[in-house]
Ligand binder design. Structure first.
Ligand SMILES: C[S@@+](CC[C@H](N)C(=O)[O-])C[C@H]1O[C@@H](n2cnc3c(N)ncnc32)[C@H](O)[C@@H]1O
Ligand code: SF4
Length: 376
């Protein structure tokens, strides 16, 4: 395995758009921490010898104190070396951090922060039910930039009360901190969220596609001008600051997910995922049973997944790789399916690599699904 991911399944309060797995009942945090170690013991044979990244995501792993994070790093270290070169990331919420907290994370070997800032507008933050306000966001970013050379900021565009100019103001404020990495997501309406309920009841009207596209296109234009590479649809990095964790995932490398709802991949065709329930997870690990299910991707599913992830990246879809992994039948199919998009200048060939043109980048997911092979 090339990467280890911990899913910390607790949050102070539920953001109205989010359907990741988390609980706002904070009373089982110690039990989950104990179960993390239990799961590692049960899966110790899967821990990679050449680990490239450890990532604490969630939920809100910034609810963890630095001692607990350090303990987990030492626990992993019993099975595989962790060195200074390796990427060690913690996702943090602005309301959880203090200057001291960030300093402590740095001192225990965390070398990358991913800050969930989302917006600098109090109106937008309230609408999304974020805990933090703009003042806390600004302070948390100032401290992060002071203690970490490598950090990323999550932002959301397409927020109902926003327009092109308010999104540009958000980006301009963010750029004053000179972040080496950004992840910017269009707000999506996920099932079983407060946002979905409000949209259904017509209390909230989502932005039209043209406005969201104009926000995306203007962001790409601005960030590329400033030297960021749009190395994945939603991700931008200065040279040398690609996320190792995310790149592993997009390059189809193996990863081991620890914690409730965490997913794992063997780098070939096998995926597994843990139960999305904290109590069931804790109970199962205590009984020394892995609370996971798995599936083996069929050939066309693995092909479709490769198309979707790689078309979203600046590396593009490699015909060589398709020939090697899936055979000539798949590469001929892809070439034929791509034809009309090439004529319409949505796709282009760069040598034997298929890429999305800049003007069509916002449409990447739709183009990718048009290239899918639905049956073997
Ligand atoms: C699951 S959160 C975990 C990080 C941390 N708890 C936080 O809130 O910043 C990871 C990121 O997913 C993004 N996200 C979650 N749900 C989303 C949605 N419905 N639409 C757009 N972005 C979303 C947010 O930008 C968030 O920073
Ligand atoms: S966006 Fe982050 S803080 Fe908000 S509910 Fe989701 S995981 Fe928790």
């Amino acid at each position: 395995m090339a990467a280890v991911y911990f899913h910390y399944p607790f949050c102070r309060q539920a953001c109205h758009y989010c359907n990741f797995h988390f609980s706002t009942q904070l009373n089982h945090q110690d039990d989950v921490l104990e179960a993390f170690e239990g799961e590692i013991m049960l899966r110790k044979n899967e821990i990679p010898t050449a680990l490239e990244s450890v990532y604490f995501g969630g939920g809100s792993p910034s609810l963890l104190n630095p001692e607990s994070i350090e303990r987990l790093l030492h626990f992993i270290e019993k099975f595989t070396p962790i060195n200074n070169e390796m990427e060690v990331t913690v996702e943090v919420n602005p309301d959880d951090v203090s200057e001291l907290y960030l300093k402590q994370l740095r001192s225990i070997g965390v070398n990358r922060i991913s800050m969930g800032l989302q917006s600098f507008s109090d109106l937008e933050l309230r609408m999304m039910n974020r805990v933090h306000d703009a003042g806390q966001g600004n302070r948390a970013l100032e401290w992060t930039a002071e203690y970490f050379d490598n950090f990323s900021v999550d932002m959301i565009y397409g927020i109902p009360s926003s327009d092109l100019s308010s999104w540009q103001q958000n980006l301009e404020q963010l750029l004053t901190y000179d972040p080496p990495h950004l992840s910017c997501y269009a707000l999506t309406v996920e099932p079983k969220t407060v946002l979905a309920h409000r949209v259904k009841n017509e209390e909230v009207i989502m932005l039209d596609d043209d406005t969201v596209k104009s926000q995306y296109d203007s962001m790409v234009h601005l960030l590329e001008q400033l030297g960021y590479e749009n190395y994945e649809f939603s991700n931008f990095a200065k040279e040398g600051y690609y996320s190792v964790n995310n790149s592993n995932y997009w390059n189809g490398k193996p990863y081991m997910g620890i914690g409730p709802a965490a997913h794992s991949f063997d780098g070939k065709r096998k995926r597994s995922w843990n139960v999305s329930n904290n109590i069931k997870y804790i109970k199962s690990i205590r009984e020394e049973r892995l609370p996971s299910e798995h599936e083996t991707l069929r050939e066309n599913e693995a092909f479709n997944e490769y198309i979707m992830t790689s078309l979203r990246t600046s590396a593009g879809v490699s015909i060589d790789r398709i020939n090697q992994s899936f055979g000539i039948h798949y590469s001929s199919y892809l070439e034929k399916q791509a034809e009309k998009h090439i004529i319409d200048q949505r796709l282009y060939w760069n040598g034997d690599v298929l890429k999305v043109s800049k003007k069509a980048r916002f449409l990447t997911d739709g183009i990718a699904s048009d290239l899918f092979l639905l049956k073997n």
